[in-house]
Every structure is written in C-alpha cells, then in structure tokens.
Design a protein around this ligand. Sequence first.
Ligand SMILES: NC(=O)C1=CN([C@@H]2O[C@H](COP(=O)(O)OP(=O)(O)OC[C@H]3O[C@@H](n4cnc5c(N)ncnc54)[C@H](O)[C@@H]3O)[C@@H](O)[C@H]2O)[C@@H](O)CC1
Ligand SMILES: [K+]
Length: 509
Amino acid sequence: MRAPRHAPLPVRADSPHAPWPLFGTEYSRRIEQAAQAELPPHTLMARAGLAVARLALAVAPHLRDVSILAGPGNNGGDGLLAAVHLQSAGRSVQVHLLGDPARLPPDAAWALSQAQAAGVPIELGAVPEALPAGSLAIDALLGLGHRRSPDGLIAEAVKRLRQHPGPVLAVDLPTGLDGDTGRCLADAPTLAVRADHTLCLLTLKPGLFTGQGRDLAGQVWFDDLDVSPDTLPEASLGLAPETMAALPRRHAQHKGSFGDVLVVGGAPGMTGAAWLAARAALAAGAGRVYVQPLDDRAPLLDPAHPELMGRRSHAASQLPTDALTVVCGCGGGREIASALPLWLGRAPRLLLDADALNAIAGDSGLQTQLTRRAKRGQPTVLTPHPLEAARLLGCSSTEVQADRLAAARALAERLGSTVALKGSGTVVVSPGLPIWINATGNAALATAGTGDVLAGWIAGVWTQGVTAWQATRAGVHHHGAAADHWHASGRRGPLTASRLIKTMSSGVH
Ligand SMILES: NC(=O)C1=CN([C@@H]2O[C@H](COP(=O)(O)OP(=O)(O)OC[C@H]3O[C@@H](n4cnc5c(N)ncnc54)[C@H](O)[C@@H]3O)[C@@H](O)[C@H]2O)[C@@H](O)CC1
Ligand SMILES: [K+]
C-alpha cells in the first residue's frame, strides 16, 4: 500500500494556536465531497488511516496489542487501514468488523481489501467477550454517519469499549456522541464510548467541545487530511488572548480612563454575591466599582476591599452613565425585578445574570424593554446557565442541553444580546456573529459564587472599551483558564469564588 502524499502528525485541538474552525456534519460532508472530487480515489481514507495509526503509536508507544472495533461505514474503513499500518509497525492487531463486507461503502470496501491483502486478522460479525487487558482499543465503529443511539452489535461493542481497562482511541467521534451538538445519542449514557483520545479527521466537530463532548472525547487531536476548507466555519473553538493584550495601561491614564462598573444585586441573605462580582470587576481592571445592595439594611462597605463603593438605590441612580457598565443579578432574588426597568432603560452596557434573567423570563414587559435596547444600540450581555436559558426560551433544560449551540443562538437573536451559555464548553454568541466555544475550564468551577465572579469580570473588561463580544469571550476564557491552572498545579476540590478572583488576577491566561 502506498503511503499518502502528506500526513502530518496530528496536532492537539486545544493548543494555544486556536481559534480552531469547527464544522458540523452538513459542512463536513460538503468539504469531504469537494476534496474527493479533486483527489484520486481513496486518498482521504488513506490519509485518515495513516493518521489514526500514527496517533495510536504516539499515545500508546509501549502497548504491543491493538484491538480495533470497526463499524459498517467509512469510520470502520479508517480503522481497517490503521490496522494495516499498525501491523507493519510491529503491533499485534485484531480487527472485529461489525458490518456486512458485501455492503460496505466503496472507501471502506477498499480499506477491507487492503487489510485482507496485508494479512490483518479480521473477525467478522462478532463482538469479543472482552478486549485484551493490555491492549490499545480503537473505536472505529461509527463517525459522522450516525445520528441515532447505537443498536445491535454496535451497541454491544460500545459496552465492551466502556469495560476496557486500557486506553481507548476514538476515530473522528466517540461512538454515541452527536458531533454537531455534544449530545449523547445513546438511550443510556453507558451506550456512548468514553475515549481517552479522539482523533478528529478532516474537520473539527463542535460537539466534541461542549455538552457531553468534553467528557466522552478525552484529549482531542486533529488531522485536516491536508484539506483546506474554502468555506467559513459555523463556529470556532478557542482562546481570546487578543482582548487582554488590547488593554494596556498607560502612565497618562487615570481611574476614569478604565470605565466604571455598578453591581446591582445582593438581596437579603445573598449580599456576598454582589460584593464578589464587584471584587471581580475591580480585579479585571475597572477604574471605579460601585455596589447597590438590594437589602436596605446591608452595609455599604466590604471591609476587605474598601476600594469598592456602596450606594443606596437613589444614589446609584444618580451615577453618571457615560462610562458605566451595569451588572444586574448576582444574588438579586425577587428584589432585582424592581431595579430592572431603570437599568434596562439607562445602562449603556448591561450584563444580566442569574435572578435578573429569571425575572425577565417571567415578565413580557421586561423582555420588550430588553429587545428595545438592541434597537437603541445599547448592548446587553446575558450569562445564563442551562436552566436560566430554558426559562428564557420557554423550554426544558434538557432541550437546551440537547443542542447548546442552537439554544445560545436562539437566545442571542431573540433578545438582541450577546449570550454566554454556561456549562461544559461555554458557548458564546452575538447576533450575526459566528458561534465561539470556550476551550478552558473544569468541574472545579462548580461551586457557589463562581458565576458572580464571571459576571463581574466580564463587566470589568467590557467597561474598559472593548465590545461585548470581546469582553465576554475574554472573561469566559480567563475564568476557565484560572480553573485549569488550579487543577494543573495539583490542587483538588472546588475553587472557591474568592480564590478564583485571586487566581484570575495573578495573570493566568
Ligand atoms: N469517505 C471518506 O473519504 C472519508 C471518511 N471518513 C470517515 O468516515 C466517517 C463517515 O463515514 P460514513 O458516512 O460511512 O458513516 P459511519 O461510518 O459513521 O457510519 C455509517 C454506517 O453506520 C450505520 N449506522 C448508523 N447509525 C447507526 C447506529 N446507531 N447503530 C448501528 N449502526 C448505525 C449506518 O447504517 C451506516 O451503515 C467519518 O466519521 C470518518 O471517520 C474519513 O476517513 C475522512 C474521509
Ligand atoms: K468512532
């Protein structure tokens, strides 16, 4: 078998050279067809098979045995060709082909003939009782061609991969994951492969980076098969370092140069949330930060941070608005509803979080006020978690999670706002702009107050003169990067909100 013309070692898809373009099934198919039309037959599959074998050798250099579970389509073809290369590299390879050889698509049929000619052991139509304990397992069951829960022998094979104690490498997608949405296609979560590594081929698929994708895919790698799409991506994955770099502090600047933030929140029993957001805004670089507690008896001072300024509602409403960014939510309780009409009307930049979003979801008058802001050229940022997004969209959080990209897009367009849909793989979208998926963050952020920190931080960046889109991406990225730093430095357990602000302030990007 001839080696492909060009087959670079895969690159990690979360390396800092992002943003990476992301293409769902429909676009990927178009890109594949356009490339196929230009290239000799089977070229893409030949490149894919070699890329899979190379990555297998790189991630499991010491494992002699390789078990490849190949499905009935071209994903299985990739596995069959990888088997040829791995065998010639001295590995002991066993393929289980779970498809009728007479009905394979042309590329996979060709791959089968190559594997047979090379003498690769292939067992047909049977799932092994167990995979050899010390082997690398390759999931070449299903890729882009599946949109329903695995069934029959494929479902059996998925279970075997779930039980495998050794490393699992998934080809293109972990079987059972929807590459477009990050939704688990399987009826039961145990019917999706949980891979240690996933090698994405030709295009990076958005579903690997949001929803269930990050847990099922493990470390994502990418090989473009030497094809450059000539179409704009639907979404991108990546970093937003340009925003932080774009905010240099010059000697001639003073606190008024960096904009002001007012946090309206902290109903009785929840005042800490507002002060946390305020601390984050200050740490992000806002010039002056005010807090309007929604509890009339709450003190107007955070003793640990005397630079933050408390204001009762009347005084807050008198603040000059030119350079002001207002954050509403953050422990707002029911009380936030009565503060919203003023700031929906006046704030030149408004960020709505938590209870402010719930108040808007339940009040069509506030929704109308919100949509009017966009028409007046007053930008708004919304930072919902899936349940808050569901309330705003009038659906269930399961429906939001089933297609996070579509849900974020729908909210942004309907409410004329920049939306950061939080959760694993936060999705950020502004009306008319492509979707951006954040690549940082982990479960250490699942603790009280981290959402308030995010809201305050975004406002602190935004008020310094960048756009809502830039500030939101920068805040989301930086928030997750701090958690990744925390995890990488060997700390375990939750990252408390106060410590999160310190970690974010320490310049971890
Ligand atoms: N054709 C090509 O040149 C290339 C194809 N590539 C590979 O080909 C894949 C796409 O191949 P296909 O379009 O053939 O699709 P798949 O290989 O993902 O699967 C399609 C087959 O699986 C069956 N199937 C679908 N859902 C099922 C389910 N839930 N349970 C059981 N069986 C199910 C279908 O009936 C069909 O026979 C990509 O993901 C990638 O791995 C890459 O090698 C790039 C180049
Ligand atoms: K697969």
